[in-house]
Design a protein around this ligand. Sequence first.
Ligand code: ASP
Length: 343
Amino acid sequence: MRHLLDTRTLGRAEALRILDVAEDMRDTQSREIRKLPTLRGKTIVNLFFEDSTRTRISFEAAAKRLSADVINFSAKGSSVSKGESLQDTAQTLQAMGADAVVIRHGASGAPHTLATSGWITAGVVNAGDGTHEHPTQALLDAFTIRKRAFGHASRGRDLSGIRVTIVGDILHSRVARSNVWLLTTLGAEVTLVAPPTLVPQDVSAWPTSIRYDLDEAIAARPDAIMMLRIQLERMNAAYFPTEREYARRWGLDPARLNALPEGSIVMHPGPMNRGLEISADAADSPRSTVLEQVANGVSVRMAALYLLLAGERDDRDDQGRDDQGAADAADAPGRPAREESAR
Ligand code: ASP
């Protein structure tokens, strides 16, 4: 894997490979010593032009657990706030010898520009670009859904037959877009629920169905319901009358939580607006996978960085092998799941 820029162009086999390697990474994380030597000597730069808590820390933890050197670069307090361009910033990172750049940017398409510009040779990972995509969030969501559905038998499986309902601010959500592409590539049935004002214009071209009534969507018995944050910072108009009205019609309140079928899970990418799109009862209920998503995020990002930076060797070794081969590859000497390599 050269870059991870979106899920729209990510194929089923490659997506399953990332999820299966993430399973191996997750296994290593329950050990006493969680650090693997896999990316020793590699330099990963976290280049964040937009605020982030979870994602930046998660990428940092993932890189450090693989023994890479991590440089955190946030736009605030850097030369970017003095007007330095993405090109100059990228060329500076190149001169410092970055092997991978994890970028979050307010402009949709910035990671793609970085990857294709020729300014850097590093692998590029999109950590969220504008309203476009957030591929590692969708991968960790798919991982979480798969784990809850199939437990120990998750490896190699896709999400055929699983129904996922995504609720809320679809218009501004890169999480929704990345999930729509990835989950449907993996065979899940995806339904979107939102006020008409928060539905993107081109949604009829998406491989999903759309509803405007949350109670009806819950009555259709989803296996997972994903509540999206209302992205107030991206709203330049009044998309709904009041926050109270929004919570009443599209929020996951205690009554709707109780109406969900047994075994279905409640997801949220964070940060949550408690009392708006999700009630505290729902966020803290045993159905909630919010913290599991955070924990799984580290394993998924370890897998992505591993495949980006140590993966070429596997690509060569794996030629002609099936997906199971990639999962097995983690057991080979020097690969991440190996006990002695963890010590
Ligand atoms: N953390 C996610 C993102 O960066 C979701 C959100 O902010 O609502 O897109």
